[in-house]
Every structure is written in structure tokens, then in C-alpha cells.
Design a protein around this ligand. Structure first.
Ligand code: CA
Ligand code: CA
Length: 463
């Protein structure tokens, strides 16, 4: 038995006792925790793209708090999810990239993850799909599978797009009934599971894989977006001219992969790629709807907190980038909604972080205090009053010592080599005009430098 299991057993024993005592005080809410992979702000309630229609995510937003200025802590799957699930920043854990498992990071030794904490705090903990990047830790769940129970056939498709043939970066409609898509299979599993009585509160996590590439969805979702009518994101032709060298370097990282901007232009695939992202996002919204419909009809309808989030955003040609791995708004801004009993309804523009979810759920569900320091802030003040004061910025870290700081007005970026960028969102929501070189903004930059994380941990071990 390793240190982790021993710690988990001790925590479990302790908090089972605590949990039983508390259960008698007041009923704790169930949690339906919906994780979406690579979904940027192209959902209708966030206004990121004028043609997208996401009625189910919108109706969830209407019955809770929609955080319209929410940001990931790392613009890549694994470090974003590790940060959310431990409540620890990438710059503290040293988990910056894909192949750094949570349990190999010395700074996370003994950390109790969010699902482990729910289990130790007396919840029934179950899930499907992608919650962690890679396999979940079996000892944190009563019932979990990454892969759908039924066989899904979407992974047998030959590449469709005109880009160099590689399935993992591909996009297009595939002629399969929706029942054979993994996300539908998992959403239907959740819809069924929500009909059950677990005899105690539950934490149910459902990870939806789309709109992660390959961007495959049933034909009917593509029919809504014929490529000729699709609107491309707005681009400033000389947008890169005012970037410092470290920023320019980031705009080149996709060049050696099949889905790069030159290849998209050369094969005239931009419209189709945007259409595919829109189609897949609307298909994701359909999956969210399957779960919400079932929840609404279930006995849990009035006592379930729904948390919806995406692990980071996605570029579709802005700053000639495809995918993520940048410190600009396209990569860091994420949909984040909390709706449930006793929470306010409204839109909140305060800068908040996925990192804030652990302390928020810990407070709302009265979880055990974990051994690690939670570096986010409970959102409860904003869940009660979305316009409440909020002094904290949102901080995103990309690799070691590259950080972005987002407030309501500004985005400040500082790379490890000292290069800086500054954008004023009151006049420049596209982040086209880098103001870092202008003398009049020196005081703003000086203030933002003081917000930078003080620790920049060395890289955690790889697998
Ligand atoms: Ca992702
Ligand atoms: Ca620019």
C-alpha cells in the first residue's frame, strides 16, 4: 500500500464519521460536474461566435451564475485538469504539460483530489469520460469508466478533411447514428444514473470529449453550418507585428503539425474547420441537454448543483494559431456555470478561475479540509451576488514562468525571458493592440508584476 492509499484510508475513516454527523445537520447538495474538452467561448450565452446555438448550455446559464470572465490555469488538458482537481496552481505543482502525472509531482504528494475528497466526505462518487487527462485513479471513485460501455464507432473513421491525413487533427461529418458517439453514450449513461437513489449525496462527473479534435459529429449538425455561410473569426492582418519575440514564438508552435495555419489556408479549409467546431459544439450542447432533461425529471432536481466547465479555450486561426497553448484570450477564456439550490441567477464578469472550483465546492458541499493549500478562492460571494466586489485576478500559466493575468479590464502577459504584452479589453476585446511598450501604461504593468506567482516550480517528473 503506497502513501497515497494510506492517506486516503485515514481521510476516509475520519470523514465517514464526520460525514455521518453532518448529514443529520443539513442535507448537502448532489453535484453534477460536466467537464467539456477544448470548448472555447463559442457558446451563445458568451457571444464568442454569432452563428453558434447552444440552447441547453444557455438554459443552464439562465438558472444559475454564468461566469463570463472565467479562465483556465493552464492552456492544455493535463495541467489545467490537475490544477482544477487539486486546487493547486501549475506554477506551484510543476505540472505544466501533458505527460506529467499528478501523482508523480513531489509538490502534490499527499494532496487529496476533488473526487477523492467527495468520497472521503461521504458522497457516492461516480463518472464517465475524460475528467483527468488519461486514466483516472481507481481509488477515487466508486464507479468510473473513461470509455463508453457500448462500442462507439467514431474512432474507425478514415480522415475526411483536405489536410494531411492524420485522424487526430481531422474534421468533418460522419455517417453514424448519434448513439454510436462516445459523448452521447456517456451522456445517456448519466441520464440513466440520475434516476437512481444512491442513499447518500452523489458527485457525478461526466467528461465530454468534443469539441476536442478530431471534430466529428453526425451529419445533421453539419447541415446547420454549410461552409459557404460560415463566418470566420475576425483577424487583423498585421496582428503579430507588435508581439515580442516570445509571443511570436508561440504563434509558430503548430507549424510542424498537420493542423497549422499555412496548411489550412493552402487547402482552403478554414471555413470547413470553423463549421466543424460549430457543429461539434452544438452536438456537445445536445449531450448537455440529455443530462439536464433527465436531472429535471428526477428526484434530485431540486437538490443538485450543476457545474459546467471547459478545461481551456481554442484558437481557430486567431494569431495564426489552431488549438491552444497560448496565453491569449482564445486559449484562456472558458465557459463556467454554476447553478443549484440557493444560488443566485445572473451573469458575473469578475475574473475567476477554474482553480476556484475546488474551494467553492468544498464550501458548498462541506468537504473535508484537504492537506494541500487550495490556491483559488471560494466563489460563494459571487454565487450569492454576482456583482459583489472581487479583488482577485485570474492567472494562467503556460510552461514554467510564462504567465497571463486577467482582470476585468486588462490582460497582462509576462514570459520567462521578460517579454511583456498588455491589452485593454475596454477598447480591444480581440487583443490586437499590445500596449506594453507605451510609457503611460508603466504604472499598470508595475502593478501587474506584483500579481505574478512567486513560485515557479521546476518541471514535475514525466511518466
Ligand atoms: Ca483540453
Ligand atoms: Ca497585435
Amino acid at each position: 500500500m503506497g502513501w497515497w492509499q494510506i492517506a486516503a484510508c485515514l481521510a476516509l475513516g475520519l470523514s465517514v464519521a464526520l460525514g455521518q454527523a453532518r448529514a443529520e445537520e443539513i442535507k448537502r447538495p448532489n453535484v453534477l460536474f460536466i467537464a467539456i474538452d477544448d470548448l472555447n467561448d463559442w457558446v451563445s450565452c458568451l457571444g464568442g461566435h454569432p452563428q453558434v446555438e447552444t440552447p441547453n448550455i444557455d438554459r443552464l446559464a439562465k438558472r444559475g451564475v454564468l461566469f463570463s470572465n472565467a479562465h483556465c490555469q493552464a492552456p492544455i488538458c493535463n495541467p489545467s485538469r490537475v490544477s482544477l482537481l487539486t486546487g493547486v496552481r501549475p506554477s506551484t505543482s510543476g505540472v505544466y504539460d501533458l505527460n506529467q502525472p499528478l501523482r508523480r509531482a513531489p509538490a502534490l504528494r499527499g494532496a487529496v483530489t476533488l473526487p477523492a475528497n467527495f468520497m472521503a466526505s461521504g458522497y457516492h462518487v461516480l463518472g464517465r469520460g475524460k475528467i483527468y487527462h488519461g486514466k483516472p485513479y481507481a481509488d477515487e471513485w466508486h464507479d468510473f469508466k473513461v470509455r463508453p460501455d457500448a462500442r462507439n464507432k467514431q474512432f474507425r473513421v478514415k480522415p475526411i478533411s483536405r489536410l494531411p491525413k492524420i485522424r487526430v487533427r481531422d474534421f468533418g461529418p460522419i455517417d453514424l447514428p448519434e448513439e454510436q458517439f462516445g459523448d452521447v453514450i456517456n451522456a445517456r449513461w448519466a441520464a440513466e444514473a440520475l434516476k437512481q437513489d444512491f442513499g447518500k449525496p452523489f458527485f457525478m462527473a461526466v467528461g465530454i470529449r468534443l469539441p476536442h479534435v478530431p471534430l466529428y459529429a453526425p451529419q445533421k449538425y453539419f447541415e446547420r453550418h454549410p461552409k459557404k455561410g460560415v463566418m470566420l473569426p475576425r483577424i487583423k492582418p498585421d496582428d503579430l507585428a507588435d508581439l515580442p519575440p516570445a509571443g511570436v514564438a508561440i504563434t509558430r508552435y503548430m507549424d510542424k503539425t498537420p493542423l497549422n495555419h499555412e496548411a489550412v489556408l493552402k487547402t482552403e479549409s478554414w471555413h470547413e474547420a470553423v463549421a466543424a467546431y460549430l457543429a461539434c459544439t452544438e452536438f456537445v450542447d445536445h449531450c448537455v441537454g440529455l443530462m439536464l432533461d433527465s436531472l429535471d425529471k428526477s428526484a434530485h432536481a431540486k437538490n443538485t448543483l450543476v457545474v459546467l466547465w471547459s478545461d481551456h479555450g481554442w484558437h481557430l486561426g486567431e494569431k495564426r494559431l489552431w488549438a491552444k497553448r497560448s496565453l491569449w484570450e482564445e486559449s484562456t477564456r472558458v465557459p463556467m456555470i454554476l447553478a443549484g439550490p440557493g444560488l443566485a441567477k445572473g451573469r458575473c464578469g469578475r475574473p475567476v478561475q477554474l482553480l476556484d472550483l475546488y474551494p467553492t465546492l468544498a464550501e458548498l458541499c462541506r468537504l473535508a479540509k484537504p492537506p494541500q493549500t487550495l490556491e483559488g478562492h471560494s466563489l460563494l460571494p459571487l454565487l450569492r451576488e454576482p456583482r459583489a466586489p472581487w479583488p482577485h485576478p485570474a492567472i494562467t500559466t503556460f510552461q514554467r514562468n510564462d504567465h497571463a493575468i486577467r482582470t476585468e479590464r486588462w490582460r497582462y502577459i509576462r514570459y520567462a525571458n521578460g517579454d511583456e504584452e498588455l491589452y485593454d479589453h475596454t477598447t480591444d476585446t480581440e487583443e490586437w493592440h499590445n500596449l506594453a511598450g507605451e510609457m503611460r501604461f508603466r504604472p499598470v504593468i508595475t502593478k501587474f508584476r506584483s500579481y505574478l506567482p512567486k513560485v515557479n516550480a521546476t518541471d514535475a517528473p514525466t511518466r
